[in-house]
Design a protein around this ligand. Structure first.
Ligand SMILES: Nc1ncnc2c1ncn2[C@@H]1O[C@H](COP(=O)(O)OP(=O)(O)OP(=O)(O)O)[C@@H](O)[C@H]1O
Ligand SMILES: [Mg+2]
Length: 250
């Protein structure tokens, strides 16, 4: 469904993505793991054209994009089919939860307000926030803010949602509620690519795992194989270091 070939990106003379190939099937939950600075955020940002890659191709459901040369219009067209959930929520602070969810539908998609609000309420209900529609971000906990951001992504009815460390800014007790929402989305068949340090999520919810280092994919395998029978030495070392995060569940 999503097929990336030879994605390259440098900042100045630092090569950050060095020929990344990535393949995602419909309904897959792909966890991307890797040490800090390995290029995970840059990968997601290049996929969603928040960052312009230097080269590579991307195919989503038969449509092909040249990652190195993409027009604003093509980027917008791609984003109509994808959702993005940021580490720091990226909500409008002067808009309520419902307005945050409906803004893109009303402005971006020219949807009538009443219809957008209908969809927005449903999306907020899905993430357990039907009673917070009128709250502003400053009146919400971190976990609730992130759930609003997920509702916003879901409301746009995307083919795939990209998540960049959605729980890393959250206290442990709030992490659980966000992961629960993501687990439910996964079980409903949403295609998701999730950069995460949550090893339990990667082990128990994702269908495939990608381990990155220095801008390259070191290992890519289905989740069970990745955790139980990793091939690469570097992967084994990483799993050993993070053992406490995934053994014995979340
Ligand atoms: N806009 C930028 N300008 C220059 N260098 C950048 C920029 N964005 C990222 N980099 C560099 O690219 C490398 C990869 O960064 P990236 O944010 O993709 O890593 P990451 O794997 O997401 O790390 P983390 O786990 O800490 O979030 C880093 O060395 C970073 O300093
Ligand atoms: Mg990052």
């Amino acid at each position: 469904m999503l097929e990336i070939r030879g994605l390259r990106k440098s900042f100045g003379n630092q090569v950050v993505l060095d020929g990344v190939d990535l393949s995602v099937k419909k309904g897959d939950v792909t966890a991307i793991l890797g040490p800090s600075g390995s290029g995970k955020t840059t990968l997601l940002r290049c996929i969603n054209f928040l960052e312009q890659a230097d080269g590579g191709t991307m195919e989503l459901d038969g449509r092909v994009w040249n990652l190195g040369h993409v027009s604003r219009r093509e980027a917008m067209e791609f984003r109509r089919h994808t959702g993005f959930v940021f580490q720091d929520y990226n909500l409008f602070l002067n808009k309520t939860a419902l307005e945050n969810v409906t803004e893109g539908l009303i402005i971006g998609r020219k949807m009538p307000r009443a219809k957008a609000e209908d969809i927005g309420r449903q999306a907020l209900e899905k993430v357990g926030l039907s009673d917070r529609c009128g709250y502003y971000p400053s009146q919400l906990s971190g976990g609730q803010k992130q759930r609003v951001a997920i509702a916003r992504a879901v409301a746009a009815n995307p083919e795939i949602i990209l998540f960049d460390e959605p729980t890393s800014a959250l206290d442990p007790e709030l992490t659980g509620e966000v992961l629960a929402v993501m687990r439910r989305l996964a079980s409903e068949g949403m295609t998701m690519v999730v950069v995460t340090h949550e090893m339990g999520f990667a082990r128990n919810v994702s269908s495939q795992v990608i381990f990155m280092e220095h801008g390259k994919i070191v290992e890519q395998a289905d989740s069970e194989t990745f955790f139980e029978h990793p091939k690469e030495e570097r992967t084994k070392e990483f799993l050993q270091l993070n053992r406490r995060g995934w053994e014995g569940g979340e």
